[in-house]
Design a protein around this ligand. Structure first.
Ligand code: HEC
Length: 100
């Protein structure tokens, strides 16, 4: 009985980080999909809006910060950038930077 409990604890501890990683992948796709209306699917813009795909993640994070602080004037990005936490912005920046 004790062995079984131990085995389960080991399993849970080993698999938990994996479950978290999966969650953040799913979440970042969901987060990024809200940018698609203007920046295109996975950041591949087809209109006049800048493409996000393949931009350096540091560049994306810096632009988002500037939109939020009002340092960079924007038409709509102030509202979009302000809706996210820094963790979410970092996740999205990393995601878009890896799109080819
Ligand atoms: C309603 C349309 C719209 C949505 C939705 C939108 N954006 Fe934008 N984005 C723009 C426009 C337009 C610009 C150009 C600056 C401006 O006028 O606001 C821009 C600029 C940017 C830039 C600067 C790019 C550069 O290289 O200078 C980044 C980064 C960015 N958006 C990220 C995002 C992210 C991340 C999301 C989703 C959370 C998002 N945007 C959602 C319209 C949008």
């Amino acid at each position: 009985m004790l062995r079984k409990t131990l085995l389960w604890s080991v399993l849970v501890v080993t698999l938990l980080p994996y479950a978290h990683a999966q969650d953040s992948v799913r979440n970042v796709e969901l987060l990024a999909s809200s940018c698609a209306a203007c920046h295109g699917t996975n950041g591949h813009s087809v209109g006049g809006t800048p493409s996000l795909a393949g931009l350096a993640s540091a560049h994306i994070i810096e632009q988002m910060r500037q939109f939020i602080d009002g340092e960079r004037p924007s038409t709509v990005m102030l509202h979009h950038a302000s809706a996210y936490t820094i963790e979410e912005i970092e996740l999205m920046a990393d995601y878009f930077s890896k799109q080819k």
